[in-house]
Design a protein around this ligand. Structure first.
Ligand code: SAH
Length: 667
């Protein structure tokens, strides 16, 4: 409940107020009405998203912002009598009922009217009267009205509605000859036969069907969801421009594959994304690019979206370093297939081979930037201190004692902090790290690499403590702590390997594509490692995104559930993916940097939807679970495209016959 209340508060602040709805009556009313009650149960987790959502009877609940905008435009005040045409879910009527004296709402679909009536009753909003019927004729017996709102778009304003406006009354309605040419119009009655009209801008609403609206036969043809100020329909010529600019990719095993990326090799950090955590092509492409950057361009660091202590076991394997006392087999926690798969295995084998004849300082290291494996990191710090400074080890053990009861279920720690109201272990974990950093010079004499490992673990413990505390304060805050941690860890590794060190990063598109150019940053105030790298390294950071249209993906239906291989839905018509698919080129590299393909870049700048599949994939609610608005050429410097993809092949988590004991994936 608390989370929903916070999400609602954020929705009002970011999506509605910040876009220019400043009417306190509207904002307060929206703060009070639980939008989750008005959407189908399966979509409740999206109730506060910045989007319209599908509801029963094939209709939609309007985007929150558009509800706020319309009610503000209608200037609804206490004491008003209001009429709404197109009650749908009942949400807009509910919001208006928190301001006005009485709300009358008409809905064509009887089942929607019933659902809306039940919801309003449950909430105890008893000043709303609903009926099923054709709203284009208005509700003469209940009028005249101080305000009339139509939540569906018609060819013109129905005369009946104008007639039922009181003197000084305001009517707000989308009007236009087609769905793509609707304008939001405000009409104010200034005299018996006088009306003033204002144009409030372009919109897209479902059609108003009725006697003074569109004929019913058109319904199917005009059915897309309403969304304010959306893009004009996709133009075929963008796909043609992509076809021209696309550089077809050779076979993944062909040396020429990596060579196409030589143009980015001057950078200090090359960040390679992925559009899912379970697509083989993304892993193999990143391996091919990374091999090239290592072989030809002096990159010596590979840093990935995995936990530090787990990646550290692979690092010991590829750099042929000894294993510590308590080394656990890595990557045994959900989602195991993300790193424990045959594509990662081949790449790790290649890295080990590459390092074999090289001097220790020239070997390529492999690191994890993520912060989830708290217990292994605590152990890593203690093992190290016990070895180099047993006194400090004792102190750290005591300090971490605060956190160890929670190490295997850190979410419980976050919950406890929230209820007890103070950050119990914060000081303990911060001082452990700062004490260690203060003694860096002294400790490093023993072995610089071990110091890097131990301090990275101590940093992980500190940042994970803060992360789990933040989880309960809101998604953006915890996300930001996680990505800031990834960035800090990357910088620590770069620094440890010297001023000329160059790194390749592998992480999901949502981490490496500049968040400030996507809904993540613009609406949810989330940042990410890609954005932080651009801010720190400027042009010396290159962000390369990945995308796909269809095929298969390894994923789960829920957190902690078993891995499945699912078919990916074909990409949506209003997405970047569909434009790439329509280019007809099966796989390609698209250079998005300024000055390369400017006419295309220009056309791609306007935000469109982009698909994000993580560990979880839910094709049933794909639009709301997986698509988000982005400006592709601002988000990435380049985009790697695979029209059709295959799932990764997971490695067994049980011991394999005949596997060398030193192989870290062997159990
Ligand atoms: N205000 C709603 C938005 C619903 S979308 C909400 O907040 O959820 C528009 C609704 O208008 C649809 O449910 C559609 O069935 C309805 N509609 C379309 N033409 C109508 C008409 N002539 N009379 C009444 N309702 C109509």
């Amino acid at each position: 409940m608390l989370e929903l209340a916070q999400a609602r508060e954020r929705m009002v602040e970011r999506q509605v107020a910040r876009r220019g709805v400043r009417d306190d009556y509207v904002l307060d009313a929206m703060r009070g009405v639980p939008r989750e009650v008005f959407v189908p149960e399966s979509l409740q987790e999206f109730a506060y998203d910045d989007a319209p959502l599908p509801i029963e009877a094939g209709q939609t609940i309007s985007q929150p912002y558009i509800v706020g905008l319309m009610i503000q435009a209608a200037g609804i005040r206490p004491g008003d009598r209001v009429l709404e045409i197109g009650a749908g879910s009942g949400y807009a009527a509910a919001v208006m009922s928190r301001i006005a004296d009485k709300v009358f709402a008409i809905e064509r679909h009887g089942d929607l009217t019933e659902l809306a009536r039940g919801r309003l009753q449950k909430l105890g909003y008893d000043n709303v009267e609903l009926r099923t019927g054709d709203g284009t004729r208005g509700w003469a017996e209940a009028g005249p009205f101080d305000a009339i709102l139509a939540a569906a778009g018609g060819p013109a304003i129905p005369q009946a509605l104008k007639d039922q406006l009181d003197l000084g009354g305001r009517l707000v309605m989308p009007v236009g000859p087609t769905q793509d040419e609707q304008r939001l119009v405000k009409v104010t009655r200034t005299g018996a036969n006088h009306f003033e009209e204002d144009d409030l801008g372009g919109v897209r609403f479902v059609p108003l069907i009725g006697e003074q609206g569109w004929p019913d036969a058109d319904a199917a043809r005009r059915a897309p969801e309403p969304r304010a100020f959306e893009e004009p329909p996709v133009e075929a010529s963008i796909a043609a421009l992509i076809r021209e600019a696309a550089e077809p990719l050779p076979d993944l095993d062909d040396a020429a594959f990596g060579a196409l990326f030589d143009r980015f090799a001057d950078a200090r950090v090359v960040l390679l994304g992925e559009a899912s955590h379970g697509t083989s092509e993304f892993y193999r492409a990143r391996a091919a690019i990374t091999r090239r950057l290592i072989e030809q361009h002096g990159f010596t660091i590979v840093a990935v979206e995995a936990d530090w202590p787990d990646a550290a076991s692979l690092d010991r394997y590829v750099r042929r370093r000894p294993s510590p006392k308590h080394a656990e087999p890595p990557f045994r926690r959900f989602p195991t297939w993300m790193w424990r798969n045959t594509d990662v295995e081949s790449f790790i084998e290649w890295l080990r081979g590459w390092n074999e004849d090289r001097p220790v300082e020239a070997r390529v290291s492999f690191h994890g930037l993520d912060l989830y494996n708290l217990s292994a990191s605590i152990q890593g710090v203690l093992d190290y201190l016990d070895r180099v400074d047993p006194e400090a080890g004792k102190v750290a053990r005591e300090r971490y004692g605060c956190l160890t009861p929670w190490a295997s279920e850190p979410q419980a720690y976050g919950r406890m902090v929230l209820t007890s109201g103070y950050s119990r272990c914060e000081r303990a974990v911060v001082t452990t790290l700062t004490d260690m950093l203060e003694k860096q010079l002294e400790y490093e004499v023993h072995d610089g690499d071990s110091f890097l490992d131990a301090s990275a673990n101590a940093r992980l413990v500190k940042n994970a403590e803060a992360y789990y505390r933040a989880v309960y304060y809101g998604a953006a805050e915890s996300w930001n702590r996680r990505d800031t941690h990834m960035f800090e860890t990357l910088c620590a590794v770069l620094e440890a390997r010297g001023p000329d060190a160059k790194a390749v990063v592998w992480a999901h598109n949502s981490h490496i594509g500049d968040a400030s150019r996507t809904e993540m940053g613009l609406v949810r105030e989330e940042l990410n490692i890609g954005q932080l790298c651009r801010e720190r390294f400027g042009r010396d950071a290159v962000l390369i995104g990945f995308g796909a249209h269809g095929g298969e993906v390894a994923c789960a239906s829920d957190w902690g559930a078993p891995m499945e291989v699912k078919r990916i839905n074909p990409s949506r018509p209003d997405s970047y993916e569909r434009l790439a698919h329509d280019s007809g080129v099966g796989r390609f590299l698209l250079d998005l940097r300024e000055g390369v393909h400017d006419p295309l870049r220009q056309r791609l700048l306007d935000p469109k939807l982009e698909r994000f599949i993580g560990v979880i994939y839910r094709p049933e609610t794909e639009r709301w679970s997986h698509y988000s608005g982005c400006s592709l050429p601002q988000q990435f410097d380049a985009w790697v495209w695979f029209d059709q993809t295959t799932a990764v092949t997971p490695l067994p988590t049980a011991r394999r016959e005949g596997v060398d004991d030193t192989w870290p994936f062997g159990l």
